[in-house]
Write a protein that binds this ligand. Structure first.
Ligand SMILES: [Zn+2]
Length: 212
């Protein structure tokens, strides 16, 4: 099981880290760039406590990053440099805002239909592999989804898989994700699952990409 938390740091990050520590479970955090003392503390805790600090673009601003492959990579490298300066650790894993098969670029610009293909090539050249997911906690389905529903859906989508990359969100509104997390971990542990971080040579999921 690969627990992944997107979009942090947020006011929930410390609580998530405390739960992971309590259950001795590692996770992967696909973070954005926040230049505050609090955020720098959270980046450092993620690294120091044995989790994987991953890149999720500096700005997460669709209008900006999906303009061109150059704009996208500039934002990615900005976060690489920022996190390395902050923690001493340069991220080795990446997740696309909205996933690798998103069609958001079509709303942003229409000149380059190959932008996603070109971005994937550029990520490869930077040796920054990307990771989608094959199990969703569904915590993005509402601003704050009921904790019982997050628990039920996470177990439904993750169970039975040999390897599951589970998508969660680390943002201020996702308080019920934090509430559901202990029971998710306990239940998966009781079913014999082992937890690990994503890394360049770990299990990965890539969505199919349709160009149309
Ligand atoms: Zn995101």
């Amino acid at each position: 099981m690969y627990l992944t938390f997107d979009d942090g740091p947020s006011h929930n990050t410390a609580r998530i880290l405390n739960i992971l520590k309590q259950y001795d479970v590692p996770a992967t955090f696909f973070v954005n760039g926040y230049d505050t003392d609090f955020a720098h503390q959270m980046y450092q805790r993620i690294v120091d406590e044995g989790h994987q600090l991953g890149n999720h673009t500096y700005s997460h601003d669709y209008q900006k990053i999906y303009q061109s492959p150059e704009a996208f990579m500039k934002d990615v490298i900005k976060l690489q440099d920022f996190l390395e300066n902050s923690t001493g650790f340069r991220p080795q894993v990446f997740r696309f805002p909205a996933g690798s098969n998103n069609q958001i670029y079509r709303r942003v610009q229409r000149e380059n239909p190959y932008i996603m293909i070109e971005i994937k090539q550029a990520l490869k050249e930077k040796e920054l592999p990307y990771f989608d997911w094959n199990a969703s906690s569904t915590d993005a389905a509402a601003v704050t989804l009921d904790a019982d529903i997050i628990l039920e859906n996470t177990l439904k989508y993750a169970s039975g898989r040999h390897n599951a990359i589970i998508l969660f969100h680390d943002s201020a509104a996702k308080t019920t994700t934090v509430q559901a997390l202990p029971q998710i971990i306990q239940t998966l542990k009781s079913r014999g699952y082992h937890f690990d971080i994503l890394s360049p040579d770990s299990f990965y999921v890539h969505f199919n990409y349709l160009l149309y």
